[in-house]
Design a protein around this ligand. Structure first.
Ligand code: SD4
Length: 337
């Protein structure tokens, strides 16, 4: 089967994305859209920092990152420790321990981290290691490389002191076994509990870092790697400009190098909100079947102004800023039902 056709079928048959969040968890107060726009009008104001923004409803993760920033630590420490909260949470079936497996039952994880210098570290398709984000940081800091894959990444992690463990929880195993029997569930967009976590933070010095970690597309082909750990796609930071990170159908984000695009658009003067909207429109333009998958972006600029945009309703994100930890509903493109 041709690759494009496979991806399309993957979305349609539910090989698919666990792109979603509990609707009830979302701050759907009818003001969210205005909020998203309002955050872009701060251009003359003082930077609102420190701050943290993350994909989905992850208040514990943003709180952890915020607490790290309050201790005066770097944005790099903040994003690493922030996303670790979700990696360790077995109820999040899209990240770390408890992540849904590939179609052969293996939990394989992708993660990357980027610092204010523009250094980057990543692991893809790593198994049995609960905190791939910390392995990614070690790749960045302790090796001459930026990306380790599969068994090489796992062996590096073990040598670096990480303990291998089984990441397939009973709940995820059950879901996989059910999927195998039904083998035809319909495309599900945004119905699962929260998702791939991408996090951006600005510390008290005004320096930006980012992290992104995921178990990827559920029931994917063995060896499949998405956007989340690929520089410029799932995450990009330029400390002069800002940062961006993605969630959703990785194949589409990769095709348009979405996070790098957003940072470049901000460099050219767009607000984070405008840049996210443009990046989503770019995906839509390239993929006539955009109604079958979700892509969502969040972004922040040097001033702490934020933006978020997605294809379909129900993508949301969490901001910890001005001493407030709050979930926001993202504005979205596809208003037709
Ligand atoms: C991927 N972007 O592997 C990730 C998955 C994701 O909701 O965000 N899932 O394609």
């Amino acid at each position: 089967m041709k690759r494009r056709k496979f991806i399309q079928n993957a979305a349609l048959t539910g090989l698919g994305l666990t792109v979603g969040t509990a609707l009830t968890a979302c701050a759907d107060d009818g003001k969210s859209k205005e909020k998203a726009v309002a955050t872009t009008t701060n251009s003359d104001a003082k930077p609102i920092i420190p701050m943290v923004i993350a994909t989905w409803n992850v208040p514990n993760a943003t709180k952890k990152a915020w607490d790290v920033l309050q201790e005066g630590k770097s944005s790099l420490d903040a994003v690493e420790q922030g996303v670790m909260v979700e990696e360790a949470d077995v109820n999040n079936q899209s990240v770390g321990k408890g992540g849904l497996p590939d179609r052969d039952g293996n939990v394989t994880l992708d993660a990357c981290i980027m610092n204010k210098e523009g250094d980057y570290g990543a692991v893809v398709c790593i198994e049995n290691i609960k905190h791939p984000i910390s392995v990614a940081r070690k790749v960045m800091e302790d090796t001459p490389h930026v990306l380790l894959a599969g068994n090489g990444a796992k062996q590096f992690a073990i040598k670096s002191g990480f303990k291998p463990e089984n990441l397939l929880t009973e709940a995820s195993k059950k879901a996989w076994e059910k999927w195998k029997v039904e083998a035809k569930y319909k495309p599900i967009i945004n119905v699962e509990n929260h998702d791939t976590i991408g996090m951006l933070a600005i510390d008290k010095n005004g320096d930006i870092s980012g992290a992104c970690t995921t178990s990827g597309l559920s029931y994917k082909m063995q060896g499949r790697v998405g956007d989340s750990a690929i520089i410029g796609s799932g995450l990009f930071i330029d400390n002069e400009i800002g940062g961006a990170t993605a969630t959703g159908m990785g194949e589409e984000v990769l095709k348009t190098v979405g996070s790098f695009l957003i940072v470049e658009l901000m460099r050219q003067g767009k607000s984070p909100q405008e840049a996210c909207e443009e990046a989503v429109k770019r995906v839509i333009k390239k993929s006539p079947n955009y109604k079958d998958f979700q892509v969502g972006y969040i972004a922040v600029n040097k001033k702490g102004e934020t933006g978020a945009y997605c294809i379909h309703e129900w993508f949301n994100y969490t901001i910890y800023q001005n001493d407030e930890n709050k979930n926001h509903k993202s504005n979205y493109y596809n208003k037709t039902k």
